[in-house]
Each structure stands twice: as structure tokens, then as C-alpha cells.
Design a protein around this ligand. Structure first.
Ligand SMILES: [Zn+2]
Length: 401
């Protein structure tokens, strides 16, 4: 019995083994059926590191080609390390693509350095290793031409693009500085300037004042305007200055100068005037001149007669307005000047009148010429002073004149 039990046990073990083998065969069949992609692939070691699992070395070499295209050095392949391929049995083959391989080569090659290619208007100029250092140099260049409220920029487009190359390809610090300092910087600023407006001088001629009179009647005042300028600088030098807006803040006031053009025999007429402000109405230096009739002479003479040659100039005894300049039977050609304050003067028997009614005359101005018109018996000036409509003795008015 015992033996038969042992035999039974043995038989059971044998059966167990048989079942196990059958299951294994079934599993193998299953694998053969559903995983027929079992193949040899390659483990790639690069620079002492496992970097990829490729289906074949050709995938790696394709990746190396892609990497070479991204390297800006002259001989990219010379910068790459030698790869080692280890064949292994894998299901579904290698997982790395050639693009993955390219990235691994670029990132794991000690001779290949990531940096930046600097372009100026799209043209490649130099390679720099530090974006931060180069950026600071650019910023410093711009800041050196900065103006308050201005906008500063490079006149050409400077761009940085990622690049891979050998250490020797990078520009030295001196070369970088030389490049940065050669860049043209434009600064544009809008600024408001206050500009003075000069005043004009206007001359006003007047016969009411003697020639030589020159007096400012209205003081000139400078005006002010505000101009908005758009100023462009190139490397700190002004190259363009455009006025974009002008606003007058204060108008200028013209200076008015009164210039006397009044004609006078007496150049210093006012000094020679009497205490009443009168001057002698004829040229005193004319020899033939003398008074032939005083106030009240004979039949009650209402003026004085001053004998003088025909054509002698008759002067206004004082400045004023011509109130009358015409002919009448008694006075012949005669002039009345109104001096204001109720005082008028008359000049009679003239051969010719030189002023018109309403005209302003200055003291000493020639208003008529001596003659013998009207009730007259010879060339003389009949001169009257009329005070508030009544003729008075002229002599006190002419005293010391
Ligand atoms: Zn008279």
C-alpha cells in the first residue's frame, strides 16, 4: 500500500511536470502568436552614457546628420564623440528616433556648446555664449543715449538665435564690445520749447510834432509761444528737429514810436516861445520886417501888421488845428488856427495859403506866404489873437518871442 501510495505520488509529480511543460508550450505559442516583433536592437553609449535605444545604427547616423545641421561650426562631425552599439534582444525593437538621437548628441558632447548667433538685419555677425552678458551690453549701449521721456532703439534689427558650435567659434568679450559699440542708436523725444516772440517797432509820423521829435508812445512787449518739437538723435547727435505744434501763449505788443515831421523855421521853437507859448509868426532875420501898425492904431486896429516881402513864410505861432483857410474881402487869403483853451490866431492878406481846414499844424510850420490880398495897401502880415471869440492885443502873447 505504502509503495502504491509512493507510486501514486510519483505519478502525480510526473503529471504535474507534464502540465507545467504543456502550459509553458502554450505560453510560448501565445508569445509566438502575439509578439512576433521580437528583434535585435541597439543600445547606444555616447560619451560614457547610455543615450538611446535604436532599431539600427542607421537611425543613429541619421540623428548625427540632423545634429550636424544644427551645429554652426565648420566641421560638425569632428566635434562629436564616437558611439558604441550594444545589440540586445527586445520586443517591439528600439524606441529612439533620429530626432531624439540628435538632441542627445547636442546635449552630451563636451565639444559642442550651446550659445547664440547674433544677427544684424538678418545677417549673421557673431556667436556669443551668454545671452545675459550680451543682453546687458546691448542695454548699456541703449542707456548711454537715453533721454528723459525719449524712446531709444537700435536703427537695425538685432536678434539672437540659439546655436550650437565649438568653443573657439564664440566671439571674445572685446569683439562683442566692438560689435555693440558699432550699433547705431536712435533716440526720439517730444519736447516743448518756450520761444520768445520779438515785438515790432511801428513808426507813426505826425505833423503835430516838429522834425527831430522821436518818442516811444507805446512800449513794445515781447510775446511768447510754445513749440512742440519732435527731435531725433543718432548716437546722441541731433539729426532731425521737426516742429509739430505751435501755440502762442502771449502775443507781442508793437512798440509805437512817434516821429515828428512838422516843418518849422525855428528848430528850437518851443525854447523861443513866449510865456504864452507863442513864437514870432515870421522869420525874424528878414531885414525888411518891422511892425507898421500896432493894436488899436488909427481907427481901432484889431491886430498887428508886420511888414515883410512878398512870399515870405508865415509860421503858425503855436500848434493847433486849422479852423479856417480861405478868402474873404477884408482879410483876403487868411488862416485861423484854433490852439485850444479858447485861444485862436489869424494870419491875413496872404498871397498863398499852404494849409487846409481841419489840418493839424505844428508850431513854426509854414502855413501861408506873405502878400497883400483883401483890404491891404502893401505886403504885410496882419496877425490877430482871438481870446474866447474876442480879438485881443497880440503883443503880450508874443513878448520875448
Ligand atoms: Zn492889420
Amino acid at each position: 500500500m505504502i509503495i502504491s501510495l509512493a507510486e501514486k505520488l510519483y505519478a502525480f509529480k510526473k503529471l504535474h511536470k507534464l502540465i507545467f511543460l504543456s502550459l509553458l508550450a502554450l505560453a510560448l505559442m501565445f508569445v509566438m502568436l502575439f509578439a512576433s516583433d521580437i528583434s535585435v536592437s541597439y543600445n547606444v553609449r555616447y560619451n560614457g552614457k547610455r543615450v538611446a535605444q535604436v532599431e539600427s545604427p542607421s537611425v543613429y547616423f541619421e540623428g548625427a546628420k540632423l545634429a550636424a545641421q544644427k551645429i554652426s561650426s565648420k566641421d560638425p562631425e569632428s566635434l562629436m564623440e564616437k558611439p558604441f552599439f550594444f545589440p540586445t534582444l527586445t520586443v517591439n525593437g528600439g524606441k529612439s528616433s533620429s530626432a531624439d538621437v540628435a538632441n542627445e548628441i547636442l546635449n552630451n558632447s563636451p565639444k559642442i556648446i550651446k550659445g547664440y548667433s547674433v544677427t544684424l538685419d538678418g545677417e549673421q555677425k557673431l556667436f556669443v555664449s551668454s545671452e545675459e552678458d550680451f543682453g546687458s551690453a546691448l542695454k548699456a549701449r541703449l542707456n548711454s543715449f537715453a533721454i528723459e521721456n525719449g524712446i531709444t532703439s537700435f536703427t537695425n534689427a538685432v536678434a539672437l538665435n540659439t546655436v550650437y558650435c565649438a568653443d573657439a567659434d564664440f566671439a571674445s568679450l572685446d569683439m562683442q564690445n566692438e560689435f555693440v559699440n558699432s550699433l547705431n542708436v536712435e533716440t526720439v523725444v517730444n519736447t516743448v520749447k518756450t520761444i520768445e516772440i520779438p515785438y515790432k517797432t511801428v513808426t507813426k509820423k505826425t505833423t503835430a510834432k516838429l522834425a527831430g521829435y522821436n518818442q516811444v508812445s507805446t512800449k513794445g512787449v515781447k510775446g511768447e509761444k510754445q513749440e512742440t518739437h519732435n527731435i531725433k538723435y543718432l548716437n546722441g547727435q541731433v539729426i532731425e528737429d521737426t516742429t509739430t505744434h505751435t501755440a502762442v501763449v502771449k502775443e507781442a505788443v508793437n512798440e509805437v514810436v512817434v516821429v515828428g515831421v512838422g516843418k518849422s523855421y525855428y528848430t528850437a521853437a518851443e525854447k523861443m516861445a513866449s510865456s504864452h507859448g507863442f513864437i514870432w509868426p515870421l522869420n525874424k532875420n528878414v531885414r525888411a520886417q518891422f511892425i507898421t501898425a500896432y493894436w488899436g492904431d488909427g481907427r481901432g486896429h484889431k491886430g498887428i501888421d508886420i511888414c515883410s516881402p512878398y512870399g515870405t513864410s508865415i509860421y503858425a505861432a503855436k500848434g493847433g488845428t486849422v479852423e479856417y483857410a480861405n478868402w474873404n474881402n477884408d482879410y483876403g487869403y487868411n488862416v485861423i488856427i484854433n490852439h485850444g483853451n479858447g485861444i485862436k490866431t489869424r494870419y491875413a492878406h496872404a498871397s498863398k495859403l499852404l494849409v487846409k481846414k481841419g489840418e493839424t499844424v505844428t508850431q513854426g510850420q509854414t502855413i501861408a506866404l506873405v502878400g497883400s490880398t483883401g483890404q491891404s495897401t502893401g505886403n504885410h502880415l496882419h496877425f490877430e489873437v482871438i481870446l474866447n471869440g474876442t480879438r485881443v492885443n497880440p503883443m503880450p502873447y508874443l513878448a520875448n518871442s
